[in-house]
Write a protein that binds this ligand. Structure first.
Ligand code: DAH
Length: 355
């Protein structure tokens, strides 16, 4: 018959040796497994002399429950130890510098808007805004472009209703109207923003960006306009010797009107701006038409001023050598990675715009 005293001693000494999950499993199988010593002992209880059987069984049960108890205790100790080592191994030092970050990029249009704002703020312009959805009064009528005026058809307007009362603004010029209706002269503002025309090819997208300029005062004249635009273009292209010319033109809301060209040449099929025998149109401008001033209740006998409008996307293409306008709005991450700017590259007048 199995010597239970010996068995108990044996188990106690084996238990002392447990130090990991494997040694624990070995003891479990050896004593409590299907063919384990204790399991086997229970199987042969029936063969034992009935007088001794009861006390034998009681003692065997005690040994079994003690063993199960010990096993459970060890099990939780081992679990705890394992979690502790895992935590130690997986500790992250959050004070260490990160070695790879995927940074987003600033879109060239946003960058150029910041550059323009920075340049014009240096000579006293503040930023004004208007909504993308305009009424036809602000977009056309008030700008001396009445109904049936041919200039309306040239704009490829997206109308929003059958009465043609609301539309997506075709230029930023309506911000002139909004600003003059709200404020009294002197006024000196720029208004960058989205504009829309039903047009799409290599150099046109249905949505594009313009920047409007407006300066109204008692003695603002064409000389101021010229000085302002020369200052701006030289700063923007970062070239003090940039060649430019004013060419007579026509806009309903200015009189006289002009377009400004800058000179350029082609080098290896790439446009190099500043010098050369070719001219490139970059903006429209002129002295605000007296009718426009009257439309916003400003006395044209007392006040006058100049206005200008330019295409921001086009300027971005010229300055940063981007050839396809449509790529601006495709949302291709590889494009942004290549042409985009670092978030820390904030253009400022004193630190430089793009260098
Ligand atoms: N609004 C004109 C356009 O979209 C651009 C323009 C020309 C704006 C002359 C002006 C200006 O303020 O004086 O084609």
């Amino acid at each position: 018959m199995l010597d239970l005293k010996r068995l108990s001693r044996e188990i106690n000494s084996k238990i002392q040796e447990i130090n990991d999950r494997e040694s624990l499993e070995v003891i479990k199988t050896n004593y409590l497994g299907k063919k384990g010593i204790i399991t086997e002992a229970f199987k042969i209880l029936g063969q034992i002399d009935p007088e001794k059987r009861k006390s034998f069984a009681a003692e065997l049960n005690l040994i079994k429950s003690d063993l199960l108890n010990d096993i459970n205790n060890f099990q939780s100790k081992i679990n705890f130890k394992e979690i502790e080592t895992k935590l130690k191994l997986e500790t992250v030092d959050i004070t260490l510098p990160v070695n790879e970050i995927r940074r987003g990029k600033i879109h060239p249009v946003s960058q150029v808007i910041d550059e323009l704002t920075s340049i014009f703020s240096e000579i006293g312009f503040s930023v004004a805004e208007g909504p993308d959805i305009e009424n036809e009064f602000n977009n056309f009528t008030a700008l001396n472009t009445p109904e049936h005026h041919p200039a309306r058809d040239m704009h490829d307007t997206f109308y929003l209703d059958d009465d043609k009362k609301f539309l997506l603004r075709t230029h930023t010029s309506p911000v002139q109207i909004r600003t003059m209706l709200k404020n009294k002269p002197p006024i000196k503002i720029i208004a960058p923003g989205r504009t829309y025309r039903c047009d799409s090819d290599m150099t046109h997208t249905p949505m594009f960006h313009q920047l409007e300029g407006l300066h109204i005062g008692e003695e603002v004249n064409m000389g101021h306009l010229k000085g302002c635009l020369e200052f701006f273009l030289k700063k923007f292209f970062e070239d003090d010797n940039l060649e430019m010319r004013f060419r007579p033109s026509h806009f309903p809301f200015t009189e006289p009107s002009a377009e400004v060209d800058i000179s350029y040449k082609l080098e290896n099929n790439k446009i190099v701006v500043g010098k050369g025998d070719k001219w490139l149109e970059v903006l429209g401008c002129g002295m605000v038409h007296p009718n426009v001033l009257r439309n916003v209740k400003i006395n044209p006998k007392k006040f006058q001023g100049y206005a200008f409008g330019l295409g921001i996307d086009r300027l971005a293409m010229l300055k940063y050598g981007i050839t396809d306008l449509r790529s601006f709005f495709n949302g291709d991450l590889r494009w942004s990675e290549h042409y985009g700017f670092d978030a820390n590259d904030v253009p400022t007048n004193y630190r430089g715009l793009s260098k």
